[in-house]
Design a protein around this ligand. Structure first.
Ligand code: SAH
Length: 373
């Protein structure tokens, strides 16, 4: 059996140019040729070099001999009754991550992507927190999640049918899948460069949100390098409680974190920080805490996302009562924060926050146990 050819779908401009030089393109011409390929790969989403009609026949043949434009393997695709879609993607043996498309979020629909397989943080309410880090995803592997979603949604324009921007369903990207994006910032920044490029996938940096558990020293750098929107997984208004829920807080406490947030470039009315706050029954959901939250966010251009806790088997928490969440939200509303409750989506396909890949891991674990027995 011949080994599968490597795919060049998902690469940065620089990487593409290197791949071209590697198959004999003159280094002086590699950049120009990479630009040509770029439009086919990222604007039209072609999966066959033969479709690249303005690329010389010989070069197309050479490329096809050495590379493919294949996407990583899709293990499963699930579609929820609310239109949410979830893909389990295999990047390599035992390297699997999920990404989720959520319709009617952002301008039209948001894709929630993973930046790592597993996670090193051990946030106590998050199911990914119970899984070991397998590895960082490469920039190409992050981009591939977007390409897979575009494939499935049928959103690549063709030369005959130039899809109007306004018709797109995938308009926003959120780094809220598995992993801590700021522990993989180089790859996340490169991936954002690729997907925001106006000659390709063209999702504006203002429609890309990176969520962090609070890696304070990397927060300003994220803004400088990517121009993306910032989201902070806050979940508590004092260090004692946050140390428990988000153990990373012991390394970078609220004071460090807020100092870093204040340095995020170009914050203002049009560029607000999103603060995520998971509603845990009897843990962080009193009205005093709602008021403390308002106080903590004073003078920061902010949005608040109250996330009803998504329970998972064995989780040490329950979701706050709906009544409690509404009262909590009312305090925020009164302080000027509009519609702060995030409705749970895709619950029937376990597409909710912190549940990604858990089923597949469980399945594999039970299979292993069977084999061992
Ligand atoms: N590591 C990053 C991004 C991944 S988590 C971060 O911490 O922000 C994306 C969001 O989902 C975070 O706000 C996280 O706190 C939240 N989350 C994780 N597990 C959850 C659960 N079981 N229920 C509700 N929200 C959860």
């Amino acid at each position: 059996m011949t080994a599968a050819l490597p795919s060049i779908a998902g690469l940065t401009k620089q990487e593409l140019a290197e791949k071209l030089v590697a198959v004999g393109v003159e280094p002086g011409k590699a950049k120009m040729r990479a630009e040509q390929l770029w439009r086919w790969i990222y604007h039209y989403g072609v999966t066959d070099f033969a479709a690249m009609t303005n690329v010389a026949k010989e070069l197309r043949a050479t490329l096809a001999q050495h590379y493919t434009l294949a996407r990583p393997e899709i293990v499963t695709e699930q579609i929820s009754n609310d239109g949410t879609r979830k893909w389990l993607i295999r990047f390599g043996p035992g390297v699997e991550a999920e990404c989720v498309f959520i319709p009617d979020v952002g301008r039209s629909g948001a894709l929630c992507v993973s930046s790592q397989v597993g996670c090193t943080l051990t946030c106590t309410f998050c199911h990914t927190g119970t899984q070991k880090l397998v590895r960082n995803l490469s920039a190409a592997e992050v981009v591939a999640q977007v390409m897979i979603a575009r494939d499935a949604l049928g959103e690549w324009p063709t030369t005959d049918n130039p899809l109007n921007d306004g018709d797109r369903r995938l308009t926003n990207i959120v780094f809220m899948g598995m992993g801590e994006p700021l522990y993989n910032l180089d790859n996340v920044a490169n991936a954002i460069d690729v997907v925001s490029d106006g000659d390709g996938i063209s999702i504006s940096r203002r429609r890309i949100t990176v969520s962090t558990a609070g890696v304070a020293p990397k927060v300003p750098e994220l803004g400088q390098r990517t121009g993306a929107m910032l989201a902070i997984s806050l979940h508590a208004t004092n260090d004692d409680l946050r140390n428990q829920l988000v153990p990373l807080n012991k390394k970078y406490n609220l004071e460090d974190l807020f100092a870093a947030i204040r340095q995020y470039p170009s914050l203002g009315n049009a560029k607000r920080v999103t603060f995520e706050y998971v509603m845990l029954k009897g843990v962080n959901d009193t009205l005093a805490e709602a008021r403390a939250l308002v106080k903590l966010l004073a003078n920061i251009p902010a949005k608040i996302n109250l996330i009803p806790f998504n329970p998972w088997p064995g989780a040490p928490y329950e979701c706050s009562d709906w009544n409690t969440i509404e009262k909590f939200a009312a305090v925020l509303n009164k302080a000027g924060y509009a519609s702060p409750i995030r409705t749970p989506r895709g619950r029937d396909i376990l597409a909710a926050c912190g549940q990604l890949r858990s089923e597949s891991v469980k399945l594999r674990a039970s299979q292993r146990a069977k084999e061992e027995a």
